[in-house]
Design a protein around this ligand. Structure first.
Ligand code: RFL
Length: 403
C-alpha cells in the first residue's frame, strides 16, 4: 500500500484493526499474520517519520526471547549488543554493578527502538501485511458491541471507516483508542513523579562501558550507550523550561559536573541531535479492555523511562494479545481474551513499582519543605544498600532486566 492511494469510498474490513505501528502494533501484526489472522495496521505517521523516531534502546532478556520465539530477531541477533553493567556515581564515590552476573544472570540487549521498528515493519511487509501510513485513527465506535468501527483521516485528508471484529489500541498515550473509551469504562490510575528530564541524543561514542547514573546535588544525570557512534544522555531539568533553554556548551558542562568527570574521566562530546523534555509520570488503565477494544503498550500504561520498561512491556503485551485474539478468532475460545487484562496488569504494576523505586533512587526529593532532608537520607541509604548488600543487588538485577 502506498501513501498516494486514492480515497476509499466504501468501508473496509479486517478481523483485527491495529492502531499504531510502534513496537506493540508491529509485534501484534506480525504474530497475528503468522497465525493466519487477517489484520491491518493504521499508522498516523508517514513511513519516513516512523523510521526516524529514536526512543528506547535497552531490551530485556524476555523481549529478546519473545522476538526469537517468533523469528523476529534477525537484526537484533546481528546488531544488538549484550549489556550487563551499570555504574552509580555519588558524592561518596562510585560503584559498579555487573548485573548480568547477579540475580537470574540476565542481560539487556542494546538495540535502538527505531531499528527494531524498521525490522518489524520489514518482516510484516515481506509477508504481505497490510499497513496504511499517514492514516490517522480519529475514533473507535461501537466497542461495546461485536462490530466495532474505526473512523480515519486518510493521507489526502478524506475520511474513511474500517470495520473489524476487534480493535487493538497500540497508538500510544495520545492515541484514538484511549480517547474513545467512554467515561467510566476503565479506571485511570495516574502518578506525576514531580521530576522532569531532558533526554538528549548525542552523535558521540559512549563515554563508559556501562549505563551511568549520577546522583548529584545539582540533579540527576544519566549516560546510556545506543550505538558505537550515538549516546543517550539524560539531565534532570527545571520544570517548565523549554528543551532549547541551554546551549550545547552548557549542557556538556552540566553533564560533566554531575557525572564528576574531574574524578572519573571526561565525556566524549559530539553534536546533540535530539532534545526531548520528559515529565516523569506514570499511568495505568484498568482493565485494558472495553468490549472489542483492547489496549497494549503505551496506550495501556505509560511508564517513566527511568527503568527502561516501556518498549519491553509493549512487546510482552503484544504477544499475550496476539495469543488471546488468535484463540478467540480461530478456536472460538475467549478465555484468554477475558484474562488478557489481568495477565498484563501483573507485569505492568511490577514494572511501575520498580520504576518508582528507581526514581527515588536517582533524584533529590522534590522541594517539599522539611521532608527533603529525610528523603535524601533515605535515598542515600538505598544507594548504600545497593552498593553493599548482595541480596539487594540480586533483587535489583532481577527487576532491572526482568519484566
Ligand atoms: P509507540 O512507540 O508510541 O507507537 C505508537 C504508534 O501509534 C501511532 N499513533 C497513531 N496511529 C494512528 N492513529 C492515531 N490516532 C495515532 N496516534 C498515535 C504513533 O505514530 C506511533 O507510531 O507506542 P508502543 O508501540 O506502545 O511502544 C511503546 C514504546 O515506544 C515506549 O514505551 C518506549 O519508547 C519507552 N522508552 C523506553 N522503553 C524501554 O523499554 N527501554 C528504553 O530504554 C526506553 N527508553 C523510552 C526510552 C521512551 C522515551 N521517551 C521519548 C519518552 C527513552 C525515551 C527518551
Amino acid at each position: 500500500m502506498t501513501e498516494s492511494q486514492k480515497t476509499r469510498v466504501a468501508s473496509e474490513y479486517a478481523e483485527v484493526v491495529i492502531l499504531g505501528a510502534g513496537p506493540a502494533g508491529l509485534v501484534l501484526g506480525n504474530l497475528l499474520r503468522g497465525a493466519g489472522v487477517d489484520c491491518v495496521i493504521l499508522e498516523r505517521s508517514a513511513r519516513t517519520q516512523l523510521a526516524g523516531r529514536a526512543r528506547a534502546g535497552y531490551l530485556a532478556a524476555n523481549t529478546v526471547r519473545i522476538l526469537a520465539r517468533h523469528g523476529l530477531d534477525d537484526g537484533l541477533r546481528r546488531r544488538g549488543r549484550p549489556h550487563g553493567s551499570c555504574e552509580f556515581r555519588t558524592g561518596g564515590g562510585r560503584f559498579r554493578l555487573d548485573y548480568g552476573g547477579l540475580g537470574r544472570g540476565e542481560r539487556h540487549t542494546v538495540y535502538p527502538q527505531q531499528q527494531l521498528v524498521a525490522d518489524l515493519l520489514a518482516y510484516y511487509q515481506q509477508t504481505g501485511g497490510r499497513i496504511e501510513f499517514a492514516t490517522e485513527a480519529l475514533a473507535v465506535h461501537g466497542a461495546d458491541g461485536d462490530r466495532p468501527t474505526v473512523t480515519v483521516r486518510q493521507p489526502d485528508g478524506s475520511p474513511a471507516t474500517w470495520r473489524a471484529s476487534y480493535v487493538a489500541g497500540c497508538d500510544g498515550r495520545h492515541g484514538a483508542a484511549r480517547r474513545s473509551l467512554p467515561p467510566g469504562a476503565v479506571r485511570h490510575h495516574r502518578r506525576d513523579h514531580g521530576v522532569t528530564w531532558l533526554g538528549l541524543l548525542a552523535e558521540a561514542p559512549p563515554s563508559l562501558d556501562a549505563v551511568g547514573y549520577a546522583v548529584h546535588p545539582r540533579g540527576f544525570a544519566g549516560h546510556m550507550a545506543r550505538t558505537p557512534e550515538v549516546t543517550r544522555y539524560y539531565l534532570q531539568w527545571p520544570a517548565g523550561a523549554p528543551a532549547g533553554a541551554w546551549s550545547e556548551e552548557r549542557i556538556w558542562a552540566e553533564l560533566a559536573q554531575r557525572m564528576r568527570t574531574e574524578a572519573y574521566g571526561p565525556l566524549q562530546r559530539g553534536r546533540i541531535v535530539q532534545r526531548t523534555v520528559i515529565e516523569l509520570g506514570s499511568d495505568v488503565l484498568e482493565p485494558l479492555r472495553h468490549g472489542s477494544l483492547l489496549l497494549a503498550g503505551d496506550a495501556a500504561s505509560l511508564i517513566s523511562p527511568a527503568a527502561a520498561k516501556g518498549a519491553n512491556l509493549a512487546v510482552l503485551e503484544a504477544e499475550l494479545l496476539a495469543q488471546a485474539l488468535t484463540s478467540a478468532l480461530r478456536g472460538g475460545d475467549t478465555d484468554a481474551l477475558d484474562s488478557y487484562s489481568a495477565r498484563c496488569l501483573t507485569h505492568i504494576w511490577r514494572a511501575q513499582e520498580f520504576s518508582q523505586w528507581m526514581i527515588r533512587l536517582l533524584h533529590a526529593a522534590p522541594e517539599n519543605g522539611g521532608e527533603t532532608l529525610f528523603q535524601d537520607a533515605l535515598r542515600n541509604s538505598r544507594l548504600e544498600s545497593l552498593r553493599t548488600s548482595r541480596t539487594t543487588q540480586d533483587w535489583f538485577a532481577d527487576h532491572y532486566v526482568g519484566i
